[in-house]
Design a protein around this ligand. Sequence first.
Ligand code: ADP
Ligand code: GLC
Length: 480
Amino acid sequence: MQKILFATSEVYPLIKTGGLADVSASLPRALLKLGYDVKILLPAYASVLEKITEKSIKTIAQFEFEGNRISLKQTRLPGTRVTVWLVDIPEFSERAGNPYCGPNGNDWYDNHNRFYLFSKTAELIALNQINLDWQPDIVHCNDWQTGLIPALLSLHQQRPATVFTIHNLAYRGLFSYQAFVELNLPNSFWHHECLEFYGQMSFIKGGLVFADFVTTVSPSYAKEIQKPEFGYGLDGLLRYRNKVLAGILNGIDCDEWNPGTDPHLTATYNRRTLSNKTKNKMALQASMGLTVDQSIPLLGFVGRLVDQKGVDLILSQMSHLLTSNYQLVVLGSGFTHYEQTLKNIAVQNPHKVAVYIGYDEGLAHQIEAGCDIFLMPSIFEPCGLNQMYSLRYGTLPIVHAVGGLRDTVIEQQADVMSGEENGFVFHKPEGKELLAAIERAIKAYEQPDAWKKMQLNAMSRDFSWEASAKSYGEIYTQIT
Ligand code: ADP
Ligand code: GLC
């Protein structure tokens, strides 16, 4: 079976800032299950090393490269059989905090060098040049942090095939010309058909230009990024590469996100015991200081508080929400402006709006289970995992029809029920469209039988990784 080196900058539960971490944990597991020999390559961030006991880690290679001492450490992804190789350089392992930025929220000054050294290590492994006695057939790269890998490998005639997955095109990995010079990359890379992007260096272009196959995380996003509106200046390149571009919908970890066994819940439930869901709602209302009343519709939001997630749309409709008989619970962190505005609203309306600023895995599960309705009004959304978690938990999502949201949420058209409805969809990224969708959802909520039918539809859908992992497998076969 084929050998896959899966290069990523985040893997749950070792390090996570978003959905990339979830995917980087569950896709390799699914590939392993299909028989692939997969190794995950991850930076050895200080916070990752802290989570690993001395017994479960060993150094498997040490080498010098352009004056940098790099050591490669081997461990297991906790709770799985998947091998993780950690690239240990001081720029990763001696720096606490977020993988990409310092405590002031600014990107680390040397990100270009950190992820160049990471990519260089991937290249050396791929070419079997550090005596590991293991050479991949495929190097599967993810997002800009790994974009240089296909570019570096393109310089060799004998090399593994490369796949580059776009999780979010908005992050293009842009650095100055000076940074390009510092990395000592071949001059030929400074060209608009290579890494140069309007006078800057773009790491993600390395993946988009040089990978043998480019994928993204939903079929709709694969189409959207070929249009100027969602292409971030790279739509022309993506149209050019369109024959080797495909959208494969992410799956979710159905063990981690299973309302039938979830240890974070007050009461577990499944399709047959759906009435238990209410116990989670009342527990959430109580723990968040909201009025405890099972008849009040409870809306939830979990996510990064950034423009992408449509936080503005929610804020623009706040006065309507506050004068209606709904409750809202928000979990997230991100832009200070959004954090502060949401906190103020919660302080002024403590029994109606609860806001937790920060990162809390357990609370994310409790919101998915305890709410009636999940808000995901993203302006763009490559795939989105939270709407799939909420579907699995029978918490009907309200989404903007983009990317993976469009591909997973189905609303009733006109008066005809197709039997597949599982949520509410609005088509323009505008506050009043969101409000209209909330009003449609509340109307449906007031019809318990129809609501339950939608919940059952939502909970019945298969979001496991199996089918998607097979689609990646087909691409691996095609390019080797
Ligand atoms: P993105 O990767 O763009 O942030 P996704 O929907 O793909 O969006 O994935 C987000 C992931 O991060 C989900 O697993 C979600 O539950 C989690 N998440 C986001 N913010 C928080 C938070 N504040 N606390 C706990 N989990 C969070
Ligand atoms: C990105 C996207 C999100 C996607 C995730 C995993 O962070 O913003 O939509 O679900 O990657 O692929």
